[in-house]
Design a protein around this ligand. Structure first.
Ligand SMILES: [Mn+2]
Length: 354
């Protein structure tokens, strides 16, 4: 059979990094992405979806978001939703025992059985953090999936949400469906066991960049395939323009970079480097270029103008005096350039970042 493994939807997130109008769009997109996931399941005859924790961002997610989520579940009765709570939604009260295809977990091992596929899960708390490894007993003839939400560690630092993954070795587990870490990863634990984080379904900010999606488990083929699913990419791009000889060249370089990225994305573009020309218009040029193609963009200019101090070295002026003074000091070339650049800006009446 095929099973979807997802986690860390964080429905109800505030998207604080984004401006108000974009925030609203992203909140709705996040909610809708769960419906899209269910549509995917239907189109691919998938009857079980694992929700490995942090489905809600906190315990106070507004009522309409919660109801929408539960209505999706109750209106798709041919799919079982196995919902194991994480550290963000552990206290959220789930009074929805009326939904028969919503399968929940608690702080003892609980299993759901589909023919020879056995899915066991446990919600971590103080009472089970040491006993949970020994209290799990699986039949080696089944296909065994274990659901758990927390951080994989070697030594426990945060008992409530740390998982000593080594202790799951040689327990006849085929797949450990994890939640908590927001990017995808998959590793082998022993000859039989694979453990994986699907990451979040949608990136929320510039600390959640890269491809986002879910994992499709095929219990017969024993494959665990990451499926890219997020509607939008979130990019954090650093572009060095040091090789350019003019503002125009820099503009073309940035334009090419922007055009190579997926449109409709969210982007933070950091333009950096050292150049020896003026770049007064570059930021605005790039802003114009970027705003048409992206839902939201941020531009940071970390460009330093190289000073050709040879041009001023012999000036009889305050500028000349300052340059000669700095050149006498025992700084390396880069530091000299930065100081000279700042001094010349100050002498021109411009502001500098200290
Ligand atoms: Mn978590």
């Amino acid at each position: 059979m095929k099973i979807i493994h997802t986690a860390d939807l964080h429905i109800g997130s505030s998207f604080k990094e984004l401006p108000e109008n974009v925030r609203k769009i992203r909140k709705i997109e996040l909610l809708k992405s769960f419906q899209s996931l269910v549509d995917y399941a239907k189109n691919n005859s998938i009857k079980v979806i694992l929700l490995a924790g942090d489905i809600f961002d906190n315990d106070k997610v507004n009522k309409s978001d919660k109801e929408f989520f539960y209505d999706i579940i109750s209106n798709n009765a041919d799919i079982d939703f196995l919902y194991l709570r994480g550290n963000h939604d552990i206290k959220s009260l789930i009074n929805r025992t009326d939904i028969s295809n919503l399968k929940l977990f608690n702080n003892d091992w609980k299993e759901y059985i589909y023919d020879n596929v056995v899915i066991s899960g446990i919600e971590l708390d103080d009472s089970n953090l040491t006993s949970l490894y020994t209290s799990l007993n699986l039949n080696k003839n089944n296909f065994n999936i274990v659901m758990i939400h927390g951080q994989i560690v070697n030594s426990i630092s945060n008992p409530k949400y740390d998982i000593k993954i080594d202790k799951f070795k040689d327990k006849f587990i085929d797949y450990i469906a994890l939640g908590h870490i927001h990017s995808y990863s998959q590793n082998a634990l022993d000859n039989r066991t694979i453990y994986a984080y699907p990451g979040c379904l949608q990136g929320r900010g510039f600390d959640e960049t890269g491809e986002k999606g879910f994992i499709e488990i095929d219990t017969e083929a024993k494959t665990y395939t990451f499926k890219k699913f997020a509607k939008r990419e979130i990019y954090k791009v650093e572009l060095d323009i040091s090789s350019t000889k003019s503002e125009y060249e820099a503009y073309i370089l940035v334009k090419k970079k922007i055009n190579s990225l997926h449109s409709d994305a969210i982007i933070q573009l950091i333009i950096k480097g050292k150049v020896d020309y003026d770049f007064t218009n570059l930021e605005l040029l790039v802003k114009e270029e970027i705003k048409e193609n992206f839902l939201y963009s941020e531009i940071k200019m970390n460009v330093i103008k190289k000073v050709k101090y040879q041009d001023y070295e012999n000036d009889i002026s305050l500028r000349g005096e300052v340059i000669r003074e700095i050149l006498k000091r025992d700084f390396d070339e880069d530091t000299k350039n930065e100081i000279l650049s700042d001094c010349l800006k100050l002498l021109d009446g411009e502001e500098i970042d200290l």
